[in-house]
Design a protein around this ligand. Structure first.
Ligand code: KIV
Length: 315
């Protein structure tokens, strides 16, 4: 095991809380975080023991087909988050606040974050920050809303960043990130998320803070790691980091299944009589009589596919 640390998985059925994540930090146990966007997959993640689920605004890219996260709507993401919560009642579910739902004013930030907590049943919300949003983090914390401060590459700021670019690669910007992380802790953030920052910067931040630190392309030194679901399953779409580890190639599995289905339909290999429903002999007999009294030829019976029988009957 790396660095002699215990990578013991937490039991999947006990509720993961902030206290659990703090204990992971204290005891140097790693925790797994995945993004998720629906009830079914949330249920599977829960079964697999995923500790923390982020209902990321990457939803806009990987599920809705937008080229960035900017168009994601609050009401829409709340519905998705609620569904994930239902699928994974024991996971620590993080709601991701969409673009312009927390930047305009602290009052709006509290009102919108409160909806993730009250309506969607989240355990915490995440916002993309730097030192200019310290007061927002303070306001959320004062309103008893656990807030996770997302630093580094902030996808809602791609136009300001000039694209999806790693952050903190030079000494001056790295120092700024280290300072921003400390400011977020002072402001009352309950955890940090570092995206696309060098391993050394992530390690410096993780070692200096008492907060659990979640890394996203931030190397092995963070307390937890988050991966976008579609990237780890090999679906394609969105902005997969070059270095992402793929755990499945669902692109090929699904395209294979869909192609087989199309072929089955063309070859009339599906649906067969066995894939349809049949009438009782008595009802069928009655139907024949009724049809005959109207001059309609009766179906031949179930030696043919129901679809073909229906076509012939109507012919
Ligand atoms: O929205 C999201 O999925 C995220 C992760 C990339 C960290 O913020």
């Amino acid at each position: 095991m790396p660095d002699g640390l215990s990578l013991m998985l937490m039991p999947s059925r006990t509720k993961t809380t902030l206290a659990t994540l703090q204990a992971c930090k204290r005891d140097r146990r790693k925790f797994a975080v995945l993004t998720c966007y629906d009830f079914t997959v949330a249920r599977l993640m829960s079964e697999a023991g995923v500790d923390v689920i982020l209902v990321g605004d990457t939803y806009g890219e990987v599920c809705l087909g937008h080229t960035s996260t900017l168009p994601v709507k609050l009401d829409h993401l709340l519905v998705v988050t609620e569904a994930v919560r239902r699928g994974a009642p024991s996971a620590f579910v993080i709601g991701d606040m969409p673009y312009l739902t927390y930047q305009v004013s602290e009052t709006e930030a509290i009102r919108n974050a409160g909806r993730f907590m009250a309506e969607a049943g989240c355990d915490a919300v995440k916002i993309e920050v730097d030192r200019r949003l310290v007061r927002t983090v303070e306001a959320l914390s004062t309103a008893s809303i656990p807030v996770i401060a997302h630093l580094g590459l902030k996808p809602q700021s791609i136009h300001a960043h000039g694209g999806y670019r790693a952050q903190g690669k030079d000494a001056v910007s790295a120092l700024r990130l280290v300072e921003d992380a400390a400011l977020m802790e002072q402001a009352g953030a309950v955890a940090l998320l570092l995206e696309a920052v060098p391993n050394e910067v992530a390690q410096t931040i993780a070692e200096r803070t008492t907060l659990p630190v979640i890394g996203c392309v931030a190397g092995p030194h963070c307390d937890g790691t988050v991966v976008v679901l579609h990237d780890m399953l090999g679906f394609g779409g969105g902005h997969p980091p070059r270095s992402v580890k793929r755990y499945a190639n669902l692109h090929d599995v699904l395209v294979g299944a869909f192609s087989e289905y199309v072929e089955d339909i063309a070859q009339q290999a599906f649906p067969t009589v066995e894939n349809g429903l049949t009438m009782s002999p008595q009802e069928l007999e009655m139907l024949r009589d009724l049809l005959a009294s109207r001059g309609v030829r009766a179906p031949q019976g179930d030696t043919q596919t129901p679809a073909r029988a229906a076509r012939e009957t109507l012919a």
